[in-house]
Design a protein around this ligand. Sequence first.
Ligand SMILES: Cc1cc2c(cc1C)N(C[C@H](O)[C@H](O)[C@H](O)COP(=O)(O)OP(=O)(O)OC[C@H]1O[C@@H](n3cnc4c(N)ncnc43)[C@H](O)[C@@H]1O)c1[nH]c(=O)[nH]c(=O)c1N2
Ligand SMILES: CCCCCCC(=O)C(=O)O
Ligand SMILES: [Mn+2]
Length: 494
Amino acid sequence: MSCHHLMRRAFYSKHTFSQVKQLSRCWSSAAISPKVTPGFVAEVKNIVGGSNVSTADAVRDQHGHDESYHGVEPPDVVAFAESVDHVSQVAKLCNDNGVPLIPFGSGTGLEGGINASRGGLCLDVTKMNNILAVNAEDFDCQVECGVTRVTLNNYLRDTGLWFPIDPGADASLCGMCATSASGTNAVRYGTMRENTLNLEVVLADGRVINTAGEGRRTKKTSAGYNLTNLFVGSEGTLGIITKASLRLSGIPEATISATCHFPDVQSAVDTTVQVLQCGIPMARIEFLDEVSIDACNKYSHLDLTVAPSLFLEFHGFEAGLQEQTKTVEELVKMNNGSEFRWATDVDERNHLWKARHDILYACMALRPGSKPYSTDVCVPISNLPEVIVRTKEMIKEAGIIGPIVGHVGDGNFHIFYPVHPDDHETLKKIKDVSYEMALIAMELNGTCTGEHGIGIGKRDLLVKEIGEEGLNVMKQIKACLDPNGIMNPGKVFF
Ligand SMILES: Cc1cc2c(cc1C)N(C[C@H](O)[C@H](O)[C@H](O)COP(=O)(O)OP(=O)(O)OC[C@H]1O[C@@H](n3cnc4c(N)ncnc43)[C@H](O)[C@@H]1O)c1[nH]c(=O)[nH]c(=O)c1N2
Ligand SMILES: CCCCCCC(=O)C(=O)O
Ligand SMILES: [Mn+2]
């Protein structure tokens, strides 16, 4: 471990989040990574242009943290790339000089993926924001790395197509590839894994590859190893994704949303399993426990019954939807659930889903001044009640507030703990419960992260999940593609 790294580690272990935020600014401006010399910065300026490079504290701080509870770890320098050629030349320069290179999409990640734990250069790709092609008849498109999902969907509006993967935040599409994101629509439309056809990637040494071959954009391929899916979920540790070819879906003719509530978690999950067993193609089926519903009611001005609930959305043709909703209503009743509360018009629907996506802010409002500590596990759906019930017991025993929200159709759920960064006692309890919950999920054949990734937060859990040998294979792949270890070091692995 380098001296630079040790200093950073010691620094962050001794200070609270807010202290770190203030102090890291003074410390980091004094202690520029030894490899990021004025000469190095001048070379970066030669490549991307002087106005596209910044060593200003405010810019470095802004690039040194995502939306998670992890503290700020600013890079030494931030460069804004405008083309794949910029990216390639900057990568080569970093590689030749052993400077850590951290790709920055839009900074909405939740596991500290963009923290510059070992200093170095943060490469912001937000200026590479062209939508390069929409092949409407083939249901696909190609975008540059800085295009966000909302921008793409606005652009697609008149084509009758949309890109359905919705992590709530307006993330960059290549950042979403990098974290293998999903969200509320995944139960129907899949995750980034199923919706990515091809990627242009700049490797650590500056080489540019197309993971499925240049120009390929087929729904299927059996041609060799699946390099596309090697880079999906690689969290910036294998290369910089500069373009993505993505699948698109048809905008459904009709959309209906509804909510209903249940006496307990088990009945809500049983209903979900039965709905899916009936082959009903739910677009969204989200679980909110009573604590989350209470938070939503208060924050988003809803008046839902405070009980474990499902938020449902159906996509299709009017006639088909009537049959589908009727069947689901019957299943809800069979499981002692309530009548449906419909959200048929567009405003009601938008209000409902905005409330769902604002849950993070609703949870923070439960403890004013708090920051969110989020978790993300996924299990085979039949094991969902057990992991939720056991976690709720731990939360009760620890005496902490832990609202539960889940993409229940995928067996995936989160807890958003609102915590004051200076409240070490509560933070410790939250960390302990979260760790235990991840172990329970794994014991029940699940994963420690369904969609937020490993980042810096879950590195110790990855080895437990994959096993020593599996992890060694991952490390060998990393060493093969990035022999100097410059790509986002300290993420995914220690
Ligand atoms: C309120 C809210 C709600 C949600 C979420 C966030 C927030 C703030 N998220 C998490 C988040 O939106 C998700 O992780 C995004 O995919 C991150 O995309 P960014 O562009 O912000 O990447 P960001 O810039 O945060 O980077 C994330 C990681 O990807 C790497 N990276 C970024 N761009 C890259 C590129 N071009 N090439 C290579 N590596 C790159 C980075 O180095 C880093 O390791 C989420 N997620 C989810 O799956 N489901 C959900 O339901 C939600 N919900
Ligand atoms: C600390 C932010 C937690 C937001 C998690 C968002 C998410 O995955 C979801 O709402 O679903
Ligand atoms: Mn989620």
